[in-house]
Write a protein of this length. Structure first.
Lengths: 99, 485
């Protein structure tokens, strides 16, 4: 990414990513807790794009699975996956904040 | 630095918007970013955007609604959908609604920039096409056909140059209109445009017409006179029917073009002028050169920017457009009430071959208006066009043995007089013996060549085939004749 945007822009972008990660991961977890499938689908969709763009591939894959489960109507599975996303999200945050 | 095109980025996720903006900025593209559908609609209302990067999942609406609005209002902007929901349905729906492209998140900077660049180029080309399509009138020309759009573009390009323009085309196709258009588009527009018809002036007076004379230069030269070259100084000299010019004068013209200087008839003083020459002929200049009637060196000196004006029959949709324009103009001039053509009249006008081109069309319409009354110009008001269609469907309105006025006059060489008479073919069709098609074709082609005084190129053009086709068929006929003998 530094080749594509310039080294000097990276800190700003990482800061933006971490802010969005916090917001939308919270959104995923809240939606799962509230059993709100529609909200879960929307938040996981957003976080999938964000994590993919910033190279957080493990988180991206987890969001993809949650999103697909929601689309297929398998909300129970989507909620189960959302719970384990918390740990992946935390590890991702730690990795990017430390960079 | 060139003005940067306007790109609208509709993306509600801050980090993604920041990345895409950075991608664009690094490639020299500035963008405006909004985070909701409502803001996007407001920005679009302000105008000035050529590309929209549109996320489908917006907090206040589906991005598809914005795409739909762009198409409904025919906004001149290319929409690129950016979404991580890249299902086939979504992609198909987006493209069906007129999206220019579809990017699946996450995408690389290269992918984004290539897409944006292509979208901008697409918009630029679309704008050019629209600009061209809008030209239904152009400096005295009427017509929006593809053939004429090409002519308009050539005139645009040629006008700013000093290079000589050589206009060819059948009689009545608008060669003088073309020359005037070139002059009016040029930096010389404020200076004189001087037309001279080389065929209308007696040959012994032609030199004086172009270069002028001094008092006493010849019998009748009672005073000094400026010729067309002097009158056109700073402007444009239009030499119409230049192939009518005799060879001696062509030599002097060549010297004038090369040096920009000349002597008036009867004078030894060298005159110098700054003119741009446009010339025209309804003959084939190369054939005139080959026949020795036109100097080859003068031809190449003049034939720098050639413009060939298409005959009216090749301008399809323009025929009616021009006819309507004449109808309105002459109805007003003659104080008549004509406003439109009947359907049958339209069919007649469209199907006629117009060998006299626009001048003939002008005369026919004017004649019909003067001699008739009413609001609708009907087919029976166009007697010169009626009954001229033959069985040869590939020739529009062609009556063998008749000239354009419908009179039997074989002494006048006319574009319509090319085919064997209809009676001859009626006899063939009534005969119990069937003639092989190659013989029928041979007779038609040989008659055409004979009518054109042996000029195969002209016969081919009027038969609407390639000259090489005639040569090829001649070889085939020899072989067929050997077989049948």
């Amino acid at each position: 990414m530094s080749n594509e945007v310039g080294e000097e822009t990276i800190p700003f972008l990482v800061e933006q990513f971490c802010a969005d990660l916090r917001t939308h991961l919270t959104g995923v977890l809240n939606a799962a807790r509230m059993h709100n499938a529609e909200e879960l689908q929307r938040e996981s969709h957003t976080l999938k794009s964000v994590s993919g763009t910033f190279g957080a591939l493990r988180l991206q894959e987890q969001m993809r699975l949650i999103n697909e489960s929601c689309r297929c109507g398998d909300h129970k599975h989507a909620i189960e996956l959302a719970v384990s996303a918390d740990e992946i999200g935390a590890l991702t945050m730690e990795a990017y904040q430390g960079s | 630095m060139a003005e940067t095109p306007s790109i609208l980025l509709v993306e509600d996720t801050a980090s993604l918007a920041a990345v895409y903006t950075s991608y664009l900025k690094r490639s020299g593209y500035e963008s405006t970013q909004v985070m909701s559908g409502k803001e996007a609609l407001h920005e679009l209302g302000e105008g000035g955007y050529r590309v929209i990067l549109l996320d489908l999942q917006l907090p206040d609406m589906d991005g598809i609604e914005i795409l739909r609005m762009v198409q409904e209002q025919k906004l001149p902007v290319a929409v690129v959908i950016i979404t991580s929901n890249a299902s086939v349905n979504v992609a198909v729906e987006s493209m069906r609604l007129g999206a220019y492209d579809f990017l699946e998140k996450p995408f690389s900077a290269d992918r984004l920039i290539v897409t944006v660049r292509n979208a901008l180029k697409h918009m630029q080309l679309s704008e050019m096409v629209e600009a061209i399509k809008e030209r239904t009138h152009f400096y005295g020309f009427i017509g929006s056909s593809f053939a004429m759009q090409s002519i308009y573009r050539t005139i645009d390009s040629a006008a700013t140059s000093k290079a000589t323009v050589f206009i060819t085309g059948e009689s009545g196709t608008g060669k003088e209109v073309c020359a005037e258009a070139i002059h009016k588009c040029s930096p010389r527009a404020e200076k004189p445009f001087v037309p001279l018809n080389c065929g209308a002036i007696p040959k012994d007076l032609m030199e004086s017409e172009i270069f002028g004379h001094v008092k006493g230069a010849f019998t009748g030269a009672i005073g000094n006179r400026d010729g067309a070259a002097t009158q056109a100084d700073g402007g444009t000299l239009f030499l119409d029917e230049i192939c009518e010019m005799d060879l001696d004068l062509q030599t002097k013209l060549l010297r004038f073009i090369q040096s920009g200087t000349f002597n008036k008839v009867g004078s030894t003083r060298l005159e110098k002028v700054n003119i741009r020459i446009v010339c025209a002929t309804n003959r084939s200049p190369l054939q005139e050169v080959q026949a020795g009637r036109f100097r080859e060196d003068l031809y190449y000196r003049l034939h720098v920017i050639p413009i060939h004006l298409p005959p009216l029959r090749d301008r399809d949709e323009d025929i009616l457009e021009i006819a309507k324009s004449f109808l309105i103009d002459y109805a007003k001039e003659e104080g008549k009430e004509f406003k439109s053509f009947s359907a049958e009249a339209i069919e007649l006008i469209n199907n006629y071959s117009w060998p006299g081109n626009i001048r003939q069309l002008q005369n026919v319409i004017r004649n019909s208006i003067v001699l008739n009354e009413g609001q609708v110009l009907t087919a029976d008001m166009l007697p010169s066009l009626r009954g001229v269609n033959t069985g040869f469907s590939e020739y529009k309105g062609n009556v063998p043995g008749r000239n354009v006025d419908g009179n039997r006059d074989r002494s006048k060489l006319d574009a319509v007089e090319l085919l064997p008479s209809g009676n001859h073919f009626a006899e063939i069709s009534q005969s119990t013996e069937i003639t092989p098609l190659w013989m029928v074709e041979k007779e038609a082609i040989e008659t055409a060549i004979k009518t054109c005084d042996g000029n195969i190129v002209k016969a081919a053009s009027l038969l609407d085939i390639n000259p090489s086709t005639i040569y090829r068929k001649k070889v085939q006929w020899k072989e067929l004749e050997k077989k049948t003998s």
